[in-house]
Structures are given as structure tokens and as C-alpha cells.
Design a protein around this ligand. Structure first.
Ligand code: PEP
Ligand code: MN
Length: 337
């Protein structure tokens, strides 16, 4: 914590700031320059509100030195976290691709999807059984039946399963059938859900909220980590900006930013990130080139007849072509596929 006092700040104002820093447990080091007095706070709490200091009389600026999250920060595990799940390592040398339809629609659809993604080299199949739809009239998913179909299709093709859990009461059910529990963008700040996910051991794929900053994403991860579950995979899935040409703006720069700030693996979702099939492969390639640990991609055996998000779902041959391209890109950035 660093507080720079305004030129001419009174001794009383300086002392007031020092007192508040001491209240928060900081050890205060004072440097009196020719123009400014600078107060450095060492130790102290994580949960203080910087703005409280910024608005104090006589304060020019205040800066946080330690991040507001602790367990999610890179300094907690400088070597990085590798999430191990069913023989697949996420965050290690290998880039991991999770692919499949937005939703599980039928036994036949998910079986065909599993065959397509496994043949192309994906390790994990995605598919929602509980769907967070913006409209209450849109297809809401097949629930437990969908999870069973997803599991059977995955097992038949040697794949792992990632599927969304929308609320804490669904955790036992989804955990029974899925290997990785997905928290959707709309639920990134559902703190009851995050706390409950911290109390179980299955890996969690935590998607960035559409209006969430990277710091908020890492604080949401912190909720899971504080419960003792360190198997968290972050996912950049696009944020809402003023641009309307794409459904969201995929923030590729979040990948190197998160890599520096946190030890957690991060994957990108170019499907929700763009909303348009023809933009998915270029952004997928960019995400791997930028150091992403993997991808979450929507692929459908028949995208034009998909019950949802067909426009952003790749045709099987497009997914195969993308995987072939990624096999060339990954080694160029020191990874494997
Ligand atoms: C999904 O993965 O299908 C999904 C609904 O994603 P998001 O939560 O990122 O919108
Ligand atoms: Mn989707």
C-alpha cells in the first residue's frame, strides 16, 4: 500500500492517514521528499478499500501493492498449476481442446458429436444439460437425461466430460456425470455456487462474466480456492463492448495478463467470444499463439439444425481443419497438441 500526499499536505492530514493505515495492521514507513510525503504500508489486510484513502484530505494518490486475491495470485505458486483430470493435464505442456455442442439435444446428436471431436483429437467433450438461456422460451436443456447421454457418448469415445452447473443444488448431480464442472459467464459472481464448488474436489471451469474485469475473475476463482479446491481452470469467453459486429469481444490479451497475475490455467472460448462460425478458427489460433492452455469450442454434427447457438458452432470438417492448424501453431509457442 502506497499513499502519496499532496504538495503542502498538513502534518495533521499525514498523521490521519498514518493512523488509518495502522488501524488496518500496516507497518508504516514515511519518506518526506522535497515536494511530497510518501507513506508506504507493509503487511496489513487484503480487504481494504483503496478509495477510502484516495478521498482523504491531503491525499494525492493511493496504490495497492499486493493483489486483493492471495491464493489465485502467481506468487502463491510461481511454477503454475496443472489441473490433472482423468489422465489429461490442463496447464502443462499440452494444449487441451474441449469441444462439442452447446447443448445435449438427443442421444444420436451427442453420440455423433463425440465421434467427431474424438476423431479430430479433442480430449474432452462439452455439452450443456442445464442451460442458462437469456430467454425463458429458449431450449433449457435435457437435465439429468442429457448428462447420462453425454457420459455414455464420452465413454464410448474415450473422452472426458465438461458440463455446466447453474446453481449449487445441482452440484451433486452434475458431479456424478461430469469430470469438470463449468460455471457459466452469467454465474461468475454467484458466490454461493462458487463457495460450494470450493468444498468439492472436481475441477471447475470458471468462465469470465461478460462485464467482469480480470481482477473480478480472479477474485471469483479465489472463492473456490479458499474452500480448498485448487483445481480451477479459467476461461476467457468474450466480454461485452461497444462493438456489435461480433456477439462479444474475445479478450485475447486476458491470456497473457492472467498468466502473469495468476498460476491458474486459462483456456479460451472463441465460440461465445465471437458468436459467428467464420470467426471461431482465427480466434482459436490466436488464443493458442497467445499462450492459452486450451480451448472450449462449440462443434455440432449439423449446426444449421442445432437447438441453440448453431451460428457459432463449427461444422465437423471445420473443426478437423482447425485441429490440424493448431498442431502447427502449438509447437511454435513451445506447446504440444
Ligand atoms: C456455454 O458454454 O454454452 C455457455 C452458455 O457459455 P457462457 O456461460 O460463456 O455464455
Ligand atoms: Mn453455448
Amino acid at each position: 500500500m502506497l499513499v502519496v500526499m499532496q504538495q503542502g499536505a498538513t502534518e495533521e492530514q499525514v498523521q490521519h492517514v498514518i493512523d488509518r493505515l495502522v488501524d488496518l495492521g500496516f507497518d508504516v514507513h514515511r519518506s518526506t521528499g522535497v515536494i511530497h510525503t510518501v507513506l508506504g504500508g507493509v503487511g496489513g489486510r487484503y480487504d481494504f478499500d483503496l478509495a477510502v484513502f484516495e478521498v482523504m484530505e491531503g491525499v494525492k494518490e493511493a496504490h495497492r501493492i499486493v493483489s486483493p486475491y492471495k491464493l489465485a495470485s502467481r506468487s502463491f505458486r510461481p511454477e503454475g498449476t496443472v489441473v490433472q483430470v482423468g489422465g489429461v493435464a490442463i496447464g502443462g505442456p499440452e494444449v487441451v481442446v474441449m469441444a462439442g455442442p452447446c447443448s445435449v439435444e438427443s442421444r444420436e446428436q451427442i453420440e455423433r458429436a463425440a465421434e467427431i471431436v474424438a476423431r479430430a483429437g479433442a480430449k474432452i467433450i462439452r455439452g450443456g444439460a442445464f442451460r442458462p438461456r437469456s430467454s425463458p422460451y429458449a431450449f433449457q436443456g435435457l437435465g439429468e437425461e442429457g448428462l447420462k447421454m453425454l457420459r455414455a457418448a464420452a465413454d464410448a469415445h474415450g473422452l472426458l466430460v465438461v458440463s455446466e452447473v447453474m446453481d449449487h443444488t445441482q452440484i451433486p448431480l452434475v458431479a456424478q456425470w461430469a469430470d469438470i464442472l463449468q460455471v457459466g459467464a452469467r454465474n461468475m459472481q454467484n458466490y454461493n455456487l462458487l463457495r460450494e464448488l470450493g468444498r468439492q474436489q472436481k475441477p471447475v471451469l470458471l468462465k469470465r462474466g461478460v462485464s467482469a474485469t480480470i481482477e473480478e475473475l480472479l477474485l471469483s476463482a479465489e472463492y473456490i480456492l479458499t474452500g480448498g479446491n485448487y483445481n480451477v481452470i479459467l476461461c476467457e469467453r468474450g466480454i461485452r463492448t461497444f462493438e456489435t459486429y461480433t456477439r462479444n469481444t474475445l479478450d485475447i490479451s486476458a491470456i497473457p495478463v492472467v498468466k502473469k497475475l495468476s498460476h491458474l490455467p486459462i483456456v479460451a472460448d472463441p465460440s461465445h467470444g465471437t458468436g459467428r462460425r467464420d470467426k471461431v478458427a482465427p480466434m482459436a489460433r490466436a488464443a493458442i499463439a497467445a499462450g492459452g492452455d486450451g480451448l472450449l469450442v462449440e462443434v455440432h454434427p449439423d449446426p444449421e439444425r442445432a437447438l441453440n447457438e448453431g451460428a457459432q458452432s463449427l461444422f465437423p470438417e471445420q473443426f478437423e481443419e482447425l485441429m490440424a492448424q493448431l498442431r502447427l501453431i502449438a509447437p511454435a509457442v513451445g506447446r504440444k497438441l
